[in-house]
Design a binder for this molecule. Structure first.
Ligand code: FAD
Length: 367
């Protein structure tokens, strides 16, 4: 539903959906609370976490340590496991009651399922997979186009200022990652965004603020009959997923390993082990089935910012760079001296990775 300025002014505060699984807070939640704090400070409003689950009070205070002023705790055995219908109902009821201006979700599997459901139920907009958030304090100008779009010379543009409210500015990759689009949602509330895990920086934990956070226990209605989904079993992934987002050192492989795939991956693993890091990959390598999808870095993979990112035989397509260019130090090894990866590299080595990497490994071992 589109609101006018007067109705929009009734929406206040920044909310973060606090994702937990089996009583353990997901790291994305702390990143979002930290980012939400920044937005709330710019707007001069409160930051509130909304936490659903069973017996989750114990982890609610942690959120204060990362910047939440308040945590709305919805505790029920019916919320023990995530279900789309149960969580959507409770969140939408809370939003209708408290009217937050902004609502953030992690772009995790749960966030990607829950946020669109809530947005549709609340008739508001959602910007998915954001990589940057900001606040526009200066109102919003609507451009009305008159005349025919085919007759460009006679087409007039009239502008009128229709909304002087603040707006969240949500930035995300568009057109296959070739440009970054900044989107506002001026007439719908709450403005909702899902945010890529690993993009926002977590603030240092503040014990005093953790103890000062206000916990709110609202009354909410949720019956077993509201939930049609039945969680039959929770099966842990058989294989440990690679933790690219938390890694300080990443050695990534690209299609440049094609002439000896097993040998190339082995070299990357050896170098990563020596550095205490993990192995990443470009999408070309994942699509070829040479390595699992959980290793993929980039626009449709993970966004990482390790201390050191080593790119082996990766050309540096814009979609790959979107996921790694904020690394503290980038080392690229590529046999083509004009490979775009060198544009973002701090150190570049032009050469065959199968010759260069063994020399690197030997020199690290000797050091
Ligand atoms: P290539 O581009 O083929 O590059 C291989 C490189 O290896 C070349 O530069 C070559 O000079 C070098 N090389 C070859 N042999 C050697 C050797 N022996 N030693 C050293 N260097 C060597 N890509 C991602 O990575 N992540 C994403 O998340 C992602 N998302 C995408 C989303 C969309 C919507 C689209 C359209 C594309 C996406 N891509 C993504 C794909 C991306 O556009 C590129 O196709 C991909 O990154 C290329 O992978 P690459 O660099 O490994 O392969």
């Amino acid at each position: 539903m589109a609101y006018d300025s007067a109705d929009i002014a009734a929406f206040k505060n920044v909310w973060v959906f606090c994702e937990q699984r089996q009583g353990v807070m997901m790291p994305t939640t702390f990143e979002l609370i930290s980012e939400g704090r920044k937005l709330a400070d710019e707007l001069g409003v409160n930051l509130c976490g909304i936490l659903l689950g069973e017996n989750v009070e114990g982890i609610a205070k942690e959120l204060g340590g990362y910047g939440a002023d308040q945590v709305i705790v919805c505790d029920s055995p019916l919320l023990k496991n995530y279900t789309t219908d149960g969580y959507t109902k409770v969140i939408c009821d809370m939003v209708e009651e408290y009217k937050p201006e902004i609502m953030l979700f992690g772009a995790s599997n749960i966030g990607r399922d829950l946020a669109p459901r809530c947005a549709a139920r609340l008739h508001t907009g959602l910007c998915a997979d954001c990589t940057h958030l900001d606040v526009d304090l200066g109102g919003y100008i609507d451009f009305l186009k008159t005349g025919s779009s085919l007759d460009v010379e006679n087409t007039k543009f009239e502008s009128k200022l229709f909304d002087v409210n603040t707006n969240m500015k949500m930035t995300r990759p568009a057109f296959g990652g070739h440009l970054m689009a900044t989107i506002v949602c001026p007439r719908f509330r709450p403005a909702m965004a899902t945010v890529r895990p690993g993009v926002m920086k977590k603030r240092p934990f503040d014990e005093a603020k953790a103890n000062a956070v206000e916990l709110v226990y609202p009354e909410f209605k949720l019956e077993a009959s509201d939930i049609e989904t039945e969680v039959v079993d929770i099966v842990k992934a058989a294989k440990k997923m690679v933790d690219l987002i938390g890694a300080d050192f990443i050695v990534s492989v690209g299609r440049g390993i094609a002439k000896d795939v097993d040998g190339g991956i082995k070299l990357a693993e050896e170098l990563a082990d020596l550095l205490g890091g993990v192995v990443g990959a470009s999408r070309a390598v994942v699509d070829a089935g040479w390595i699992g999808a959980d290793h993929q870095v980039g626009q449709t993979g993970k966004t990482v910012h390790p201390k050191v990112y080593v790119a082996l035989g990766i050309s540096g397509a814009i979609q790959h760079k979107a996921g790694m260019q904020d690394s503290e130090c980038i080392i690229a090894i590529n046999k083509a001296d004009n490979a775009p990866i060198f544009e973002v590299a701090d150190y570049g080595i032009v050469g065959d990775l199968f010759k260069v990497v063994p020399l690197l490994i030997d020199s690290i071992k000797e050091a």
